[in-house]
Design a protein around this ligand. Structure first.
Ligand SMILES: [Fe+2]
Length: 189
């Protein structure tokens, strides 16, 4: 079976702050930006240790913010389609679902540089077909190398904190299957 996401049983705090995550994320986003980076230093020692214990290194932490009633575009999080994984913590947006899509033949999408100088490819609805859809939790391993989008529930705002990581002592970016194996003891069945 092809895997698009996997919920982890990882009951550790995401941030060092004693504030609730949504309150804390708002404090770090005074302009209500839809996409912003936060310092790795804000992550809890438990989260840092979790990656270190699995010989992974945290590259950066980004946050996607969607006000109530705003859905995301269909997109890939990288410059080229492929097999790329992130670990996401979602706060708010209760009942929202993540959707993954197949790219129709000869549909290229539109490459873009994001506001935080990462890359994305955007796709029109007609360029893709739906493969899978499900609710994602805290945290969830997600495939971001194929087109995906979020259907927000339209009632509450949603913050998605995304940790981008790589191997500590190997080159190359781990694939979804690589990370699934590394985190196998934490995957919720
Ligand atoms: Fe994405």
């Amino acid at each position: 079976m092809k895997k698009y996401c996997a919920d982890l049983e990882l009951p550790i705090p995401l941030f060092k702050s004693t504030l609730g995550p949504i309150e804390f994320l708002k404090l770090n986003n005074p302009t209500s930006a839809r996409h912003y980076k936060i310092s790795n230093e804000l992550l809890s020692d438990d989260v840092v240790k979790f990656f270190e214990d699995h010989r992974l290194t945290i590259n950066f932490v980004e946050v996607f913010y969607r006000p109530a009633g705003v859905n995301s575009y269909i997109h890939i999080d990288t410059q080229e389609p492929g097999d790329y994984v992130k670990l996401n913590w979602v706060f708010g947006g209760d009942g929202s679902t993540m959707c993954w899509y197949d790219i129709k033949e000869n549909c290229q999408g539109a490459s873009q540089k994001t506001s935080i100088s990462t890359y994305a490819i955007h796709y029109a609805k007609d360029d893709v077909t739906l493969l899978h859809s499900q609710t994602v939790g805290q945290p969830t391993l997600v495939q971001v190398g194929i087109p995906h989008s979020i259907n927000n529930n339209n009632l509450t705002e949603r913050f998605c904190v995304s940790i981008i990581f790589g191997y500590k002592d190997q080159t190359g970016r781990p694939t979804f299957d690589n990370v699934y194996e590394i985190f196998k003891n934490y995957i919720k069945q």
